[in-house]
Design a protein around this ligand. Structure first.
Ligand code: UD1
Ligand code: MG
Length: 463
């Protein structure tokens, strides 16, 4: 079925008390609007029209960079109500199609529900998405004919009588209509109501007057139709969204210590028998192999961890654009930091307060405590001592450190790049190494130790 989608996103969002346009606030790592665009993308839409107003430039820029859909943006200045918003969109809508109206601030509408709403319209009826709420304050009420049960009007809360305010069935703000009729109806709207706005909801009475059937579809859950108007509502919806994602992971066998203390802001792919302790945050795209264990309080972004990897608590992994790869059986943390371009082989150990950036460590390499490895290629089974660093930056340029296989770097060494340590080299603790170290030898670069016979400690002079 050919489908136009109108996304209304011109409202100010005063109650967010934010300089950011409301629909650009983040939910699960994506803007509210991006959630709606992602849903529209799976609907197979003919035309998508985005109505912008407050923060229009920012909203339009974000929408066009965030989707492959060809979006037509129309500006609504000033904002005179939802009916006025659709009036602005009307010229861009293709008449042969059904028009589905969505809200930029209702992010969790599911594609199946949106499609069911469009199907209920069927190119001839006016279809409303409704939900029954225990507290309907603020919503437009669905008024039904007492005898037939058919919908006769939507009455906005502010315009409703006390009796009408008792109605619990409300309009969710989403509808589907035959486009030619929709265009004609919105053109005829008037603003003689309490808010002096052009209410889109007034087209219901017009449809009834013309004998066009008004049908309803219901949402699968409240969560799908909840809008965001305030930070409190945003936080509530965030927890609901996170719970949905946590439940999906539990369903495929991932063991979350506490689904209420889990945050995914992107995509997480888990192998079999993965265990994730409390308070972990996953961002971007993260892939975990089989039997991976993640300790408490880890933040992991854009990374791929092989089978049997153990991430101890308080570890921060950020692959950014270059990514991070951790080979099978490696042990990372606690308190470790893997930065973009960290590429670890199998059974690598990275311990507390070790930072790895743009560096590869081959199978079995270890840096267990207090170290910095940046712009380095580290061979197999290398042991990197506590407090040792690759000095990769001369103040202007970055240089590489190349460490062969089976090298032992003692504690508190500075390796001044560019530099190469040959296979099997040993670097004495406390060395500052500025020249290449040959393979198989002990290289030490520090003042020779001396002891002074007969030396006396100074004593305090008496006055
Ligand atoms: C609207 C419905 C109400 C429904 C409720 C559900 C109308 C008249 N009322 O009320 O029946 O129960 O949604 O949440 O439609 N917008 C514009 N331009 C405008 C005004 C609004 O683009 O001039 C956009 C907003 O950004 C928002 C959406 O339309 O995305 C809904 O506007 P909002 O002001 O929240 O409508 P409500 O008064 O809540
Ligand atoms: Mg609203």
């Amino acid at each position: 079925m050919a489908l136009n989608v109108v996304i209304m996103a011109a409202g100010k969002g005063t109650r967010m008390r934010s300089a950011t346009p409301k629909v650009l606030h983040q939910l699960g790592g994506r803007s509210l609007l991006q959630h709606v665009l992602d849903t529209v993308a799976v609907l197979g839409t003919t035309r998508t029209v985005l109505v912008t107003g407050h923060g229009a430039e920012q909203v339009e820029a974000s929408a066009s960079s965030g989707t492959k859909l060809g979006i037509t943006c129309v500006r609504q200045m000033p904002q005179l109500g939802t009916g006025h918003a659709v009036q602005q969109a009307a010229p861009a809508l293709s008449e042969a199609a059904t028009t589905l109206i969505l809200n930029g601030d209702v992010p969790l509408i599911r594609p199946a529900t949106a499609r069911a709403l469009a199907d209920a319209c069927g190119g001839q009826h006016l279809a409303l998405l409704t939900v029954t709420l225990t507290d309907a304050t603020g919503y437009g009420r669905i008024v039904r004919n007492a005898a037939t049960g058919t919908v006769s009007a939507i009455i906005e809360h502010k315009d409703a009588s006390n009796e009408q305010r008792e109605i619990r069935e409300v309009y969710t703000g989403m509808m589907a209509a035959p486009t030619a009729l929709l265009k004609r109806w919105v053109a005829a709207l008037r603003n003689d109501n309490v808010q002096q706005e052009y209410y889109l909801t007034d087209i219901v009475a017009m449809a009834v007057a013309e004998g066009v059937a008004v049908v309803t579809a219901s949402a699968g859950s409240d969560t799908e139709v909840l809008g965001v108007n305030s930070p409190a509502q945003l936080a509530d919806l965030e927890r609901r969204f996170q719970r949905q994602q946590a439940d999906q992971l539990l369903d495929v066998g991932t063991r979350l210590a506490d689904p209420a203390r889990f945050d995914l802001r992107g995509h997480l792919h888990c192998g079999q028998d993965v265990e994730i302790d409390v308070n972990c945050v996953f961002e971007g795209t993260v892939r975990l192999g089989d039997r991976v264990r993640i300790g408490a309080n880890c933040v992991i972004r854009n990374a791929e961890l092989g089978d049997d990897v153990v991430i101890h608590p308080m570890t921060h992994i950020d692959g950014d654009t270059a990514g991070v790869k951790v080979g099978a059986g490696s042990l990372i943390g606690p308190f470790a930091r893997l930065r973009p371009g960290a590429t670890l082989g199998r059974e690598v150990h990275i311990g507390n307060f070790v930072e790895v950036k743009n560096a590869s460590l081959a199978d079995g390499a270890k840096a267990n405590h207090l170290a910095y490895l940046g712009d380095a290629s580290v061979g197999e089974r290398v042991n990197f001592g506590a407090g040792s660093i690759t000095a990769n930056y001369d103040g202007a340029n970055k240089h590489r450190t190349v460490i062969g296989n089976d090298v032992h770097v003692g504690s508190n060494c500075v390796l001044i790049a560019p530099i190469t340590l040959g296979d099997g080299a040993t670097i004495g603790g406390g060395s500052t190494i500025a020249k290449d170290a040959p393979e198989g030898q002990l290289t030490v670069a520090r003042a020779r130790q001396i002891s002074l016979k007969g030396w006396q400690r100074p004593v305090k002079t008496k006055r």
